[in-house]
Design a protein around this ligand. Sequence first.
Ligand SMILES: [Cu+2]
Length: 147
Amino acid sequence: MLRRSAVSTLAALAVTTLTTACSSLPTDLDLSLRHPSSQGKFMVQMEPPAAWPAINQMHAWQVRVHKPDGEPVSKAAIAFDGGMPQHMHGYPTKPRVTREVAPGVYALEGMKFSMTGWWDMRLTIQSGAVTDDAVFNVVVEEAGMRR
Ligand SMILES: [Cu+2]
């Protein structure tokens, strides 16, 4: 009896902690996965895997880069950075844009979310003489990605 009540106390604590973590997210967080880069040089779309990965599961995204007029941007060099802004840590892996799989469509491999919460994805895109960056936010929950 004593043991059971200790377990439910722990469970209640865990729920409280989770709720606190979620409610402390910035209220104005932009969760859109498609928007212009910071200076409007490119339109960028982040596509998560069709089946959302479990926590700690290695997976890949696709990054679509277009010019504002809709033309795909081929042969871009895309650098990736990011992590959890509220925890001051990066990704547990070293995600990289590895190759262009179709015109203007790039594979972002080595992605792994090691915990629930707010993650950002920071891209620096260079195409010829044009460079711009784009930031995307993802809120990872136990059940998947918050939309
Ligand atoms: Cu963290």
